[in-house]
Write a protein that binds this ligand. Structure first.
Ligand SMILES: [Zn+2]
Length: 446
């Protein structure tokens, strides 16, 4: 339901907050390794080890996961087009201008007018993009067996997200239009700064105020899991006294964990699916990965990198909006760039920009994910457990894409890339071999 804005605000947010991943120059998805590359004392065929892991996923399961993920490529296009069409309707049929007029009729106070416009805009945009949203987020997820929710709880989450979008959008849009009104031509520089500050604010409040709206978080009590994780944290200079777990099984069976928060709200959380479906040698590398995000300061680096993307985006927006308004401004009944009714045009511009920049933003996150994987292998020393978890992520992410496909579409490295990294590490650390993990079947007939 909030999808209209998700592309514009939350995409950027998600990229930074849940910093995703990498491959950079050598994702080596298809590269073949010969044994000569491994240490002479320990012949170990990395490529064969990777293929053995990939073969653990039954072909039918693999085909399903590929179809799900490849369908996602098209969905990105349909999402983009649906937003552009909805925004264009708002301009072409003067809905945007009417929402502005209504807001102006209710108060003479500019910031309140902006807020009143935003509420109308966001609800209309959410309703009009909802048909695609319900297909994408509900029916399609069920079709692939990736959603545990019935319609009621799912719809409840959508409505909560709608409310969150109204509140957070107001917090962003009101000062942003204030900046446009006061600073005129140079608005895009300061506006981008404001956007980055807003992302920091979102990061800060996310674990404390937003995440609990959708899932229950509690401190992980199971000492058998918690103690090794905290030991790993202490060893790497992470001042953590608690690890959090949350009930992701409410929504799906997907295994995951994340680092969230900013400054003093930063924390590591793992989901209950990970706890229920994985062994300790699999949980450790996942937590090592999240600690990597923390120790390598990915949140701050991500913010800087996305900040650069946003500045470029706003410069493009400034140019594009003025160009479009010179041509269609009167027809759409929009007074200028400082008129809040211009918002649908801004959303079109920013959506086009983000759509084109997808490989760039994906590479920013994918790069950090790959770094976190390296960190994980070094601290957890569980390459076999890591390979098993990477395989599990293949339930919803195509395991073995081509290199260009991975570069364009992957915000995390593919299963093959990640397992290759794990086996490469194992080749240099033969003592880390875990026969139980190697033999463990990861996919029951289901
Ligand atoms: Zn990560």
């Amino acid at each position: 339901m909030v999808r209209a804005l998700r592309l514009v605000l939350l995409t950027v947010l998600l990229f930074t907050v849940f910093a995703s991943g990498q491959t950079k120059t050598s994702s080596v998805p298809q590269a073949s390794f010969s044994t000569s590359q491994t240490s002479p004392t320990q012949p170990f065929d990395i490529r064969a080890a990777v293929d053995a892991y990939l073969a653990k996923m039954p072909p039918a399961r693999r085909a399903q996961s590929d179809a799900y993920f490849e369908g996602g490529y098209w969905l990105q296009l349909w999402d983009f087009l649906s937003i552009v069409i909805v925004m264009w309707l708002m301009l072409r049929f003067h809905w945007s201008a009417r929402m502005r007029n209504l807001a102006e009729g209710l108060t003479r106070f500019r910031p309140v007018q902006t807020a009143l416009y935003w509420i109308q805009f966001f609800i209309v945009a959410s309703v009009l993009t909802f048909p695609l949203g319900i297909y994408e987020g509900y029916f399609r997820e069920h079709k692939y067996g990736l959603l545990n929710q019935t319609f009621g709880p799912w719809m409840r989450d959508q409505l909560v997200a709608l409310m969150v979008g109204i509140v957070l959008g107001t917090i962003l849009i009101v000062p942003l239009f204030g900046v446009v009104r006061r600073l005129g031509k140079s608005w895009w520089v300061w506006g981008a700064g404001l956007m980055v500050a807003f992302l920091m604010f979102l990061s800060l409040i996310e674990p404390v105020y937003l995440a609990p709206l959708f899932n229950k978080y509690k401190k992980l009590e199971d000492a058998r899991i918690r103690d090794p994780i905290l030991s790993m944290a202490r060893a790497n200079g992470i001042p953590a006294t608690d690890v959090y777990e949350f009930d992701a099984s409410r929504q799906s069976n997907r295994v995951s964990a994340n680092v969230s928060g900013f400054a003093n709200t930063q924390r590591i959380s793992l989901n209950d699916n990970l706890l229920n479906r994985c062994t300790l040698p699999e949980i450790e590398p996942v937590m090592g990965h999240e600690m990597g995000h923390y120790v390598l300061n990915h949140e701050y680096k991500g913010l800087v990198e996305m900040g650069v993307v946003i500045v470029i985006g706003f410069a493009f927006l400034n140019w594009g909006i003025n160009l479009a308004l010179a041509r269609w401004g009167q027809a759409w009944n929009i007074r200028g760039i400082a008129d809040v009714a211009v918002l649908p045009l801004a959303v079109i511009g920013f959506s086009v920009f983000l759509f084109v920049m997808t490989p760039v933003t994906n590479t920013i996150t994918r790069t950090m994910e790959y770094e976190a994987d390296m960190f994980s292998l070094n601290v957890s020393r569980q390459p076999d457990g890591k390979a098993n978890v990477d395989l599990m992520l293949g339930e919803y992410r195509k395991l073995d894409p081509g290199p260009i496909e991975e570069f364009i579409f992957y915000d995390h490295p593919s299963g093959r890339t990640r397992i290759t990294a794990a086996m490469r590490w194992k080749a240099e650390h033969p003592e880390s071999t875990n026969a139980d993990e190697m033999a463990r079947p990861m996919f029951n007939a289901k």
